[in-house]
Design a protein around this ligand. Structure first.
Ligand code: ZN
Length: 276
């Protein structure tokens, strides 16, 4: 049995979880709720721009856990792949500016490009932007995505593939983000988390829950405890592998976005203590 979490000192909210809120509303709302950390989705930077966003975040007491997201490296044309690299360089600049030590990579996939070829483009893409990431002091975490996204969002679908990729790249700057939503079903999960631990490459831990039925691929994730994922057991594995960082709540849910977000944040805090 994993020991229960007794306070919110490691709780981080992704701004996408409270999508109806602007960045400033997220900062204020998380502060009011006593949540110490924030992960920023890049779209939350757009309305007020990077400089103003950085000022808001640096003026707040929130710890910035990561920037979501870079990646989407595969493309059918050389021009498309070059554009993807530019966008990742921009993400590195943004992470540096807002004080995020980490960028989460949704690696990308394109219908019509075979998965092995897409994975090669991903490895090449990460290697290409690695010098900029190093210079900015920003780490890159490969987030394997559930296989239901293999055709259009990520060709990296298991933690083993992510670990292999990290090993192939061979830089301490690149590691793995474990998201329970994407990985809970994998019978090698515990073993591969241990492998991450040995390599020192476990960089992020994301939680939400898997609803049955899942009515829609993207925006029907559950609050922790509403679904079937063995979240606290997975947290135990992650911690046994040496991870002591923030536990990031990342819930894409059209249904929950329609509720009162202040009350929703309180529900998250409760679910965090009861089910993470
Ligand atoms: Zn995630």
């Amino acid at each position: 049995m994993t020991q229960k979490l007794t306070d919110h000192s490691r709780l981080c909210l992704h701004t996408i979880t409270t999508k109806p809120w602007s960045l400033q509303q997220c900062i204020d709302g998380y502060n009011r709720a006593g949540i110490p950390a924030i992960t920023v989705w890049r779209q939350a930077l757009e309305p007020q721009g990077l400089a103003a966003s950085a000022k808001m975040l640096k003026g707040s007491s929130l710890r910035v856990t990561s920037l979501c997201r870079g990646g989407f490296f595969p493309a059918a044309t050389a021009d498309g792949r070059a554009k993807a690299l530019d966008d990742n360089r921009k993400a590195i600049e943004e992470a540096h500016a807002i004080g995020a030590p980490l960028i989460v990579l949704v690696c990308g996939a394109v219908p019509g490009i075979a998965l092995p070829e897409a994975r090669k483009m991903i490895a090449d893409g990460i290697a290409a932007v690695l010098p900029e990431a190093q210079a900015a002091g920003v780490k890159l975490a490969i987030e394997p995505l559930h296989p239901m996204y293999a055709n259009d969002r990520s060709a990296v679908n298991t933690i083993r593939q992510a670990n292999d990729l990290v090993q192939e790249i061979g830089s301490r700057q690149v590691g793995v983000a474990v998201d329970v939503y994407h990985l809970w079903w994998d019978d090698t999960l515990e073993q591969e988390i241990r492998r991450c631990g040995k390599a020192g490459s476990l960089m992020a831990f994301h939680v939400c829950d898997w609803l049955t039925p899942t009515r829609e691929f993207l925006n029907d994730r559950g609050l922790m405890g509403e679904g079937c994922i063995n979240i606290s057991q997975i947290r135990g594995w992650v911690e046994a592998a040496g991870f002591a960082g923030d536990v990031e709540v990342e819930i894409f849910s059209t249904e929950l976005w329609q509720t009162d977000q202040t009350q929703f944040v309180e529900r998250i805090k409760q679910a965090y203590l009861n089910h993470v």
